[in-house]
Design a protein around this ligand. Structure first.
Ligand SMILES: Nc1nc2c(ncn2[C@@H]2O[C@H](COP(=O)(O)OP(=O)(O)OP(=O)(O)O)[C@@H](O)[C@H]2O)c(=O)[nH]1
Ligand SMILES: [Mg+2]
Length: 285
């Protein structure tokens, strides 16, 4: 398999948890306790190593500078002997928001979008809001409101949909039939921040409830979108207060993925394995 066949395009706006997931994933790969493990020398680890250093002190890492883009190369293998070179990026999430607002995709991003067999979109539900409409407020409230000087904003759901539509468009994919390639994974990040009633629910149900239009969109375009929950840290860490459990037990004992049936696994490599396996099967078939 060539490198580009194994690269996953990680897509996430600022603050969704890309860097912390990268650091925790790297830790798991190096410890070799999950479905995937590191199988050779990884390169360009600096952004994740500094984040891992912070987590070892029980504190969170910093926001990635806006203009940064680093591809880290991780040779990995799974229990069945499947080998792959995972290209895992770290970048300032503003680059993604800029693409949506300017409707322009820089050339470097275009190449990544076109060549990657799988897209992994991180969505932090606590960071998204659904605009008021007749489903959330009585019609009389809405019709009575003054329309003068009202700021019109695209809703978060609409922005995410537009982003995916732009990416599909530059790949020249036809959407008359359900898309099988690129494969899409949606990771609902910072899962531990959800309300108690949602924590035990299947991720696809939570997505449907919180972002119904976006959920409908991905299910209507993709043949089998994968929707999982992710808590890379397992809990909230604060910059000024070291978390003593993290220091005592080590960050590798924290974090989990929520599977489609709502069950949890501490194996943070699971979403990558599912996406890579599906792509590998497609190449083989
Ligand atoms: N509660 C909780 N907080 C998390 C988790 N993962 C990340 N965070 C917090 O979310 C914030 C953003 O995480 P980052 O990994 O820096 O996000 P990013 O996507 O890399 O953001 P940019 O670098 O700005 O693009 C940080 O304050 C983290 O502490 C998690 O699993 N649970
Ligand atoms: Mg970051």
């Amino acid at each position: 398999m060539s490198d580009s066949e194994n690269s996953i395009l990680l897509i996430g706006e600022s603050g969704v948890g890309k860097t912390h997931y990268g650091a925790q994933l790297l830790n798991r790969l190096m410890n070799g306790v999950g479905k995937l493990r590191m199988d050779g020398a990884a390169t360009n680890l600096e952004p994740f190593e500094s984040a891992m250093g912070r987590l070892n002190e029980g504190r969170p890492a910093d926001h990635t500078p806006t203009t940064t883009y680093v591809d880290s190369l991780w040779p990995i293998s799974d229990e069945s002997g499947l080998k792959a070179e995972l290209v895992w990026p770290d970048y300032g999430g503003e680059q993604i928001k800029a693409m949506s607002s300017t409707r322009r995709i820089p050339a470097a991003w275009r190449d990544r979008v076109v060549s990657s067999p799988a897209w992994l979109l991180l969505v932090r539900l606590q960071q998204t809001r659904v605009s008021e409409d007749i489903f959330s407020r009585p019609l009389s409230d809405i019709t009575g409101a003054s329309v003068d000087n009202r700021e019109v904003q695209v809703s978060d759901q609409a922005r995410l949909i537009e982003l995916l539509q732009m990416l599909i468009c530059i790949r020249n994919e036809s959407t008359t039939r359900p898309l099988a390639s690129p494969r899409l994974g949606v990771l609902l990040s910072c899962w531990d921040e959800l309300g108690a009633d949602e924590l035990e629910q299947p991720p696809a149900k939570v997505l449907e409830r919180r972002l119904p239009m976006f959920s409908n969109f991905i299910h209507s375009i993709w043949a089998e979108p994968l929707v999982l929950g992710l808590s890379a840290l397992g809990r909230t860490l604060t910059p000024n207060n070291s978390d003593m459990d993290y220091i005592a037990q080590g960050p590798e004992h924290f974090g989990y993925v929520v599977l489609p049936n709502g069950q949890r696994t501490p194996d943070l490599t699971q979403p990558i394995q599912s996406l890579l396996m599906a792509s590998a099967l497609k190449v083989a078939g």
